[in-house]
Design a binder for this molecule. Structure first.
Ligand SMILES: C=C(CC[C@@H](C)[C@H]1CC[C@H]2C3=CC[C@H]4[C@H](C)[C@@H](O)CC[C@]4(C)[C@H]3CC[C@]12C)C(C)C
Ligand SMILES: C[S@@+](CC[C@H](N)C(=O)[O-])C[C@H]1O[C@@H](n2cnc3c(N)ncnc32)[C@H](O)[C@@H]1O
Length: 364
């Protein structure tokens, strides 16, 4: 009898512990993606490990990543590896946003996205482009908020399929369209959009000038473009070893050919012909820290790591997923350090206008 009680108590305790581990510690962010569905995007399961090794080798030989023409391919590989983990552990919007007192992460994310489309002043029925659209979290929020037609472009085919699926499920496929392509050579006509935005995407361009010039080309004269840029701030000191370690950690874990300084953004926009209307680091106080969400998730990341190890051992998650997750785990720490020290911002906002003619409009 006594051993039966012992067995029952132990079973109850184990069940309780499992429930706490999986449910109370926080289910992964989005109901849409489950741990058992984690894949290597368009990469077949048996090639995930090799592709991860190839991705990390770019950083072992720094010269590789400096070759601009290789960057889009390398970014595509990165998003094959991380897209499912992002969706599972973060949601459908692949960006940060300042925390907002009394609001959930999801609400804060939506506010940050709506601000972008409010800034470019579009009307219902206007056609706008989302430059580097991910799986379309921002696109859907922006289309519902503005009733503008949004065309997203991403280099990653797996994301195109995910985004189309989500658009359909959300009943927004009449307003949202997605194409697979390179934002350095967009498959769109000159002067064909009423507005454009990019959220934490142009940081992947080897040369910012090239992507800004493309956005400029496809915008109608008079139209506005807003971008949330990843930058090093005025607090970054290239002679400080710790600063350099943090910034290189961010570059390695986020497929960046090299973070640029906040001071270069407006000059680049002007160089391609834009008139700069406004420039502001949205991470600066009184905005609340964007990195608290990342920092607070640490216990859940441990839980996620164990789940991934188990799934990978059972052959459910592709071999290599553990390495990818470990890389993201480290990246979360570098990003948090970048935010806390103030040397890095993922939301340096620049708002620009394509002038009506090659006129002499001046920046405000
Ligand atoms: C703009 C970019 C991506 C920004 C963020 C959306 C992502 C940057 C780091 C990512 C993550 C780090 C830790 C992961 C965690 C270990 C895992 O268990 C669950 C997913 C993470 C939280 C993941 C989610 C997305 C990020 C926050 C870059 C690429 C230009
Ligand atoms: C961090 S994600 C941000 C996605 C989206 N803006 C969001 O906030 O959810 C960066 C996006 O830029 C896209 N991207 C990067 N380089 C690109 C390129 N050369 N051409 C097209 N898309 C690119 C990636 O495929 C990815 O969709």
């Amino acid at each position: 009898m006594e051993s039966l009680t012992l067995i029952c108590t132990a079973a109850l305790l184990c069940g309780g512990l499992l429930y706490w581990f999986v449910c109370i510690l926080g289910p992964a962010e989005q109901k849409g993606k489950r741990a058992v569905d984690l894949s290597g995007g368009s990469i077949s399961a048996e090639n995930v490990q090799a592709n991860y090794d190839k991705y990390s080798s770019f950083f072992r030989r720094p010269k590789e990543i400096e070759k601009s023409e290789k960057v889009p391919d390398f970014v595509d590989t990165f998003y094959n590896l991380v897209t499912d983990i992002y969706e599972w552990g973060w949601g459908q919007s692949f960006h940060f946003s300042p925390a907002v007192a009394g609001k959930s992460h999801l609400d804060a994310t939506r506010l940050h996205e709506q601000m972008a489309v409010d800034l470019i002043k579009v009307k219902p029925g206007d056609r706008i482009v989302d430059v580097g659209c991910g799986v379309g979290g921002p696109m859907r929020a922006i289309a519902s908020h503005s009733r503008a037609k949004v065309v997203g472009i991403t280099i990653n085919e797996y994301q195109v399929n995910r985004a189309r699926l989500h658009n359909k499920k959300a009943g927004l496929d009449d307003l949202c369209d997605v194409v697979c392509g390179n934002f350095l050579e967009m498959p769109f006509d000159n002067d064909s959009f009423d507005g454009a935005y990019s959220i934490e995407a142009t940081c992947h361009a080897p040369k910012l000038e090239e992507v800004y010039a493309e956005v400029y080309r496809v915008l109608k004269p008079g139209a506005l473009y807003v971008s949330y840029e990843w930058v090093t701030t005025e607090k970054f000191n290239g002679d400080d070893q710790e600063h350099v370690e943090v910034i290189q950690g961010i570059e390695r874990g986020d497929a960046l050919p090299g973070l640029r300084s906040y001071a270069d953004i407006a000059a680049t926009a002007e160089k391609v012909g834009f008139v700069v209307v406004e420039e502001k680091d949205l991470a600066k106080p009184p905005a609340l820290p964007w990195w608290t969400r990342l920092k607070m998730g640490r216990i859940a990341y441990w839980r996620n790591h164990i789940v991934i190890i188990v799934l990978s051992t059972l052959g459910i998650a592709p071999k290599g997923t553990v390495d990818v997750h470990e890389m993201l785990f480290k990246t979360a720490d570098f990003l948090t350090r970048g935010g806390e020290s103030g040397i890095f911002s993922p939301m340096h906002m620049i708002l620009c206008r394509k002038p009506h003619a090659a006129s002499h409009e001046t920046s405000s």
